[in-house]
Ligand binder design. Sequence first.
Ligand code: PLP
Length: 399
Amino acid sequence: MVQSTTKPDSQGFFGAYGGQYVPEALKQRLDEVTRAFEAAEADPAFQKEFEDLCTHYAGRPSPIFHCNNLSRAFGAEIWLKREDLNHLGAHKINNTLGQCLLAKRMGKTRVIAETGAGQHGVATAATAALMGLACTICMGEVDVERQKLNVTRMEMLGAKVQVATKGQKTLKEAVDDALAQWIDDDEMFYVLGSAVGPHPYPYMVKRFQSVIGTEARSQILSETGRLPDACLACVGGGSNAIGLFSGFFNDAAVRLIGVEPGGRGDGYGQHAASLCLGEPGVMHGFNSYMVKNAQGDPGEVYSISAGLDYPSVGPEHAQLKDTGRAEYVRVTDKEALDAFFLLSRKEGIIPALESSHALAQALKMAKELPGSLLLVNLSGRGDKDVSQVQQLLASGALG
Ligand SMILES: Cc1ncc(COP(=O)(O)O)c(C=O)c1O
């Protein structure tokens, strides 16, 4: 864990965002995690164990790859950070290794996690199996349907998958269920899957994911002799994006671009673009940008990607938006799908639908900035999305 450049204040705020808006019982759990994480962060033995697992279990460092064919076709140098090549196919494993190690250090015997696309659920289930922890994964009914392959993988890895059947039956409801069970169980650790939630999670998840940015910066320098003009990553809760960005915070000339799910368009309920189209508000115990309904509560969200349809976003991203250090844009389902097929057919890499959003934005920028060097975080591989895309093709929805 290389030291990252930004830290929240002692109350867990990044500027106006973050914090701990939680009942007392949950605050006690969070304070226990904060104390344990601070001690672990300062302990070289913990760091070494984390780094060894990243190397020998997850397969790090993940390489960067120059997309020759797309670069020629689009006129910019397009590079991918290959998080899709990690064990289990996404960046999520970086975070679950860190948090499950912490759970063990705290003497916990059970972990619980929420999942949307199932990637965090699979990574948690595998890490729990590795470390001998019992594991429950909360997942919305809609996502269970969209991501059946990952449900099967979680069960094979020995986890219990608990279906969230309230509300929109997606990621928000899965988090609601996981938080409720954590409050009641002393033996349990909550393995949160993104850089969201009350303090210390946004900071802790950033620290574990900062391995992406640290590696990417030195890899791009050694491959090209220069820094990229822009780093791009999709933003659901924002963990792969903050992990990549953290490596480049101090490089003022490098643009940091977070790509949100624009879904079917800007109408209410048609997207999950919290930073682009939302406003500040509190949910799940933290203050950030949020998609709201008419009453000011968490609103309905939609994306083709099960991993992106969350009505809020990590608080550090909210601060980066306000300060202008990072830019946030949105990409529609259609644009993401076009990028999904382009990468598959021109480079032989089937990307996750989530990551396809970031690539779609890079392809747009390539045309506007010919000759530029664009580094895209390919946060995951698309195996989990194959049957969803196949169904869309079969139904004629893709034209
Ligand atoms: C492959 C992949 N990329 C990105 C995301 C979005 O999460 P985050 O914004 O925390 O990186 C997910 C979430 O499930 C995912 O599975």
